[in-house]
Design a protein around this ligand. Structure first.
Ligand code: HPA
Ligand code: ZN
Length: 347
């Protein structure tokens, strides 16, 4: 069904209960917080104002962005910094009616510059606990390995995580994709699986369909991050559809990193129409110009998404989550209740 007006669609998007499954917590560092933390920790940053920082956020590819992203996280020094960063994200998505989030962090982005693994994760976990008790948002944590580093370094990071295994839902793979195929990490992913961790990987954001096959067959992932380039391979489409493998799609990120030229060219609607389990996500919202609802809104406008598409995306965000079956069922019911109430109100 289509909406009577853009305002009605906006209201529907704003209120629908949803989950976010692809969010790098370090990518939610807003320029204002970057400045506040730089001052609090006496860290030099090469910008004079938050506006100047925003102006620097013009990227022509993934690596362009990553260079600035790793530089930005340099202001994160203490457990409290990680807490403040994470809590600010939860408060922001609470306003978007997100009720669940599965967030990434990049421990090697911190240990590599002398910040202890425990400093980062303790702050993030404390904010996750408070988001649960204060905002009613449930969350899980996924630890990513940086794929431009070696598999040996990923193993060392997995070792750092051992005391926290009961608080980590899974491992992921991010950073520079081209030249760093999933096969480089097959042993450490196998080890993570034996520890009972879920596995996800960025694949097919810039990398070719072969990387997506490797993520499926060698890393045996439970969920795929991005996956845009799956559409180049009919065999992949079939495999992803048959398994109902969730794809964590990030339209504003794809636009910012020039994976697509215009949002109107984004493959999300096609993915849904092909029966793939695509979900909507923000990736690095402070760098890519929008949080979860901004992604829904901009994409719905560009692709003329109707109500069924929005409902599908919101439902897929729970179906593709690592929540238990009961929690998924309850969330799907919440969406059905929301839709009934919305329809009743507009009569
Ligand atoms: N792609 C790969 N690595 C990343 C990203 C991304 O969009 N954001 C943070 N690390
Ligand atoms: Zn990402």
């Amino acid at each position: 069904m289509s909406f009577a007006s853009p305002q009605q669609r906006q209201a529907f998007i704003a209120g629908i209960p949803k989950a976010e499954l692809h969010l790098h917590i370090e990518g939610s560092l807003e320029p204002e917080m970057m400045f506040a933390l730089a001052q609090r920790n006496a860290v030099d940053i090469p910008f004079a104002s938050a506006d100047e920082v925003r102006k620097a956020y013009a990227f022509s590819n993934l690596q362009d962005f990553l260079d600035i992203y790793y530089q930005g996280m340099n202001v994160l020094r203490t457990e409290q910094d990680f807490y403040d960063l994470t809590m600010a994200y939860f408060k922001r998505i609470h306003a978007d009616n997100a009720i669940h989030a599965e967030i990434f962090f990049d421990p090697q982005g911190h240990t590599g510059r002398g910040i202890a693994f425990s400093t980062a994760i303790d702050g993030i976990l404390r904010a996750m606990d408070d988001a649960g008790s204060q905002l009613g948002i449930t969350s899980q944590l996924i630890m990513c390995f940086l794929r431009h580093l070696s598999e040996e370094e990923a193993f060392a990071t997995l070792e750092d995580a051992m005391p926290y295994l009961d608080r980590i839902a899974g491992v992921g793979l991010d950073s520079s994709e081209l030249g760093h195929p999933p096969s480089k990490f097959s042993k450490v992913f196998a080890k993570a699986k034996t520890l009972g961790l879920k596995t996800v990987a960025h694949a097919g954001e810039e990398g070719p369909p072969e990387y997506i096959w490797e993520a499926l067959d060698l890393l045996k992932i439970d969920r795929m991050d991005h996956g845009n380039r799956s559409l180049e391979d009919d065999g992949l489409i079939e495999r992803l559809r048959d398994n109902q493998m969730a794809l964590t799609v990030c339209p504003l990120s794809n636009l910012s990193l020039c994976v697509i030229d215009r949002l109107e060219d984004h493959p999300l609607k096609k993915m849904l129409d092909l029966g793939l389990c695509a979900t909507m996500n923000s990736d690095d919202p402070s760098y890519f110009g929008g949080y979860l609802n901004d992604n829904y809104e901009a994409t719905a406008t560009a692709l003329n998404l109707d109500k069924d598409h929005i409902v599908k995306l919101a439902k897929n965000s729970f179906r593709g989550s690592f929540l238990g079956e009961d929690a998924i069922e309850q969330s799907l019911q919440r969406i059905d209740d929301y839709v009934s109430e919305f329809d009743r109100k507009i009569g």
